[in-house]
Design a protein around this ligand. Structure first.
Ligand code: CA
Length: 239
């Protein structure tokens, strides 16, 4: 069955191009031009993925995104036109699955759609399009929202305990840096004298399991035998 992709975009030219590209690549595109219509369609017939323009006539894409998230986990790829929009998408508060900046090539967009669906475990197993996307920064894989004590991984919220949050936040603050168990105990557990080395190990284990549930093929937390733990240096992170 072809994955259905709902395009929410008020410019018919862009919507046409996207529909054509998606259809060519084995998807079943649908299109609507307003946020309200998008919400109605998502409720009536949930798509595999939503491509959501930020600049819509009736409401901002950000607002529509929040309303989608109130009822649905459907993966969302933002279309953005301005750099301040991009900042918000990759920033702390949204946690979209990915974004593409206008102008973009249809091929790049389709590659992003494929990547997001793959991470979401919803198929789309056709070969990935070649070529590095032009004009777009890589999406932040790990986003720490200090204020809300939340961490998103591949756009998904990790359900973390207080200490798990502290542990991952500490590692994410310096990707590649090896933290000893003592250093982690001090930073995360502070004066809790009951804690010991194996407290750190146990929490690393549960955090890993939660990340693995989202991205089974990735091992972002590295073990350094005898010295401690680090977060993979190449992991795109925002704190
Ligand atoms: Ca628009």
């Amino acid at each position: 069955m072809k994955p259905r992709v709902l395009i929410v975009e008020d410019e018919p030219g862009i919507a046409d191009t996207l529909q054509y590209a998606l259809r060519t690549e084995g998807f079943e595109p649908a299109w609507c031009a307003t946020g309200e219509e998008a919400l109605a369609r998502i409720a009536a017939e949930p798509p595999a993925l939503v491509i959501l323009d930020v600049g819509l006539p009736d409401a901002s894409g950000f607002e529509i995104f929040k309303r989608i998230r109130a009822t649905s986990d459907v993966p969302v790829v933002f279309l953005t036109a301005r750099s301040d929009e991009i900042d918000r998408v990759v920033g702390l508060e949204l946690g979209a699955d990915d974004y593409v900046a206008k102008p973009f090539s249809p091929r790049e967009l389709v590659a992003r759609v494929r990547g997001v669906l793959r991470r979401a475990g919803k198929g789309a197993s056709a070969p990935a399009a070649a070529g590095a996307p032009a004009g777009a920064a890589p999406p932040r894989v790990l986003v720490v929202d200090e204020g809300r004590m939340q961490i998103r991984y591949h756009g998904r919220l990790l359900e973390l305990s207080r200490y798990e949050f502290g542990l991952l936040k500490t590692l994410a603050a310096r990707p590649g840096h090896v933290f000893s168990r003592d250093a982690l105990l001090e930073r995360v557990w502070g004066n809790d004298t009951e804690s010991m080395d194996r407290t750190v190990d146990a929490h690393v284990k549960t955090v890993r399991a939660k990340m693995k549930a989202i991205a089974p093929d990735e091992e972002p937390i590295r073990t350094h035998r005898g010295s401690g733990y680090s977060l993979a240096e190449d992991l795109p992170t925002a704190t």
